[in-house]
Design a protein around this ligand. Structure first.
Ligand code: SF4
Length: 345
């Protein structure tokens, strides 16, 4: 693809969000990335929260973190560039140990992944011997390595139900856990942070002990936001990610993972939609479905996802940086938790 073709592709997806000189600059970068990608036998994965300029120009695959890692594992490329945050790139490395995995921004973290350590999990297991531990995929490899099985926002309830135990430890997302608990027959234990519990009593919700890690984006949405939008647009269909609070999920019309939200918009014919998730995804969905109205309201950008740009994606390929490493003993144990989830579905 030459620069003129890339510029017109960018124009289609970015519409009035970039000036002509900006479009040309982005198109030049994208063309350089495509050239480097071919040269290095690389595959580029872009999470649904990447900005439209990157998402629609250079990605071989787009989707949620697990879908992307599985696709990358199935390719014969030598290099994976993961345009997403660190735990996602680690998951790609867990599933593709023989490939070089690069992340364009070394410090692209996540408030959920940072919310729990491997030592926290070890102490929880000591406190609740024999109780299976389910971890949301949004954790670092060393945490996954301590857990029995992973889950995503799309299959969390199914994974919890599949375990042969009445009691389950679910970590680290308080809101996803509470949303799952309401659909589960199991007693679910949300563990308190071990250090914090010395000074603060654990939060109790019925018979559950609630861990308090949250996504710093999704925790910001409130039922009042939804009420305000519904007052102005009574026919709006509200979609919420299950990392939102149960109160927000209750006030919404649909709750599901990023991929489920995209499918929902694709398969339904509402007058307009409100997506309560990271703001770049709203822009990507609006660009993908130009005949559908996606309200540009309640938009919050994840500061970690925002660190990934066309510039540093180009530099990742050009300078072979930043290489994601997972120690082999941790990788093997983390892979068991991921693979167990994959067999559950
Ligand atoms: S959107 Fe939330 S869960 Fe996703 S990377 Fe950002 S902080 Fe983490």
């Amino acid at each position: 693809m030459n620069i003129e073709e890339m510029t017109s592709k960018m124009k289609k997806y970015l519409r009035d969000r970039a000036t002509e000189p900006e479009l040309k600059h982005k198109a030049e970068l994208a063309c350089e990335i495509l050239r480097l990608k071919k040269e290095k036998n690389a595959v580029i994965l872009a999470h649904n929260y990447m900005s439209p300029d990157l998402y629609y120009s250079v990605a071989d695959y787009t989707g949620d973190s697990l879908e992307l890692s599985r696709k990358a594992a199935g390719t014969d490329c030598e290099v994976i560039v993961f345009c997403g945050v660190e735990f996602m790139a680690e998951t790609a490395k867990i599933l593709s140990p023989d490939k070089t995995v690069l992340i364009p921004a070394e410090k692209a973290g996540c408030s959920l992944a940072a919310g729990i350590t491997a030592e926290d999990v070890r102490q929880l297991k000591a406190r609740h011997p024999g109780v299976p531990v389910v971890t949301y995929i949004n954790t670092y490899a060393e945490v996954k390595a301590e857990c029995d099985v992973c889950c995503t926002s799309g299959n969390a309830a199914k994974v919890v139900e599949a375990l042969d135990s009445d009691t389950v430890i679910f970590l680290p997302d308080e809101y996803l856990g509470r949303n799952v608990a309401r659909r589960s027959r199991k007693q679910i234990i949300f563990p308190p942070r071990v250090e914090r519990s010395r000074t603060e009593p654990p939060t109790r919700d019925g018979n559950m002990i609630v861990w308090d890690a949250r996504c710093e984006v999704h925790e910001q949405f409130t039922p009042a936001d939804i009420a305000r939008v519904r007052a102005d647009y009574p026919d709006v269909v509200v979609l919420a990610h299950p990392e939102c609070s149960p109160e927000v999920v209750d006030a919404s019309d649909f709750a599901g993972s990023t991929s489920a939200m995209i499918r929902y918009v694709e398969e339904t014919t509402a007058s307009r939609y409100l997506l309560l998730t990271e703001s770049a995804m709203g822009e990507n969905v609006a660009a993908a479905f130009p005949d559908k109205e996606i309200l540009p309201l309640c938009r919050i950008r994840c500061p970690h996802m925002a660190l990934i740009t066309l510039e540093n994606t180009r530099d990742a390929l050009k300078y072979n940086r930043y290489i994601v490493e997972v120690p082999e003993d941790i990788r093997k144990r983390a892979a068991r938790a991921v693979e167990r989830m994959l067999t559950i579905g």
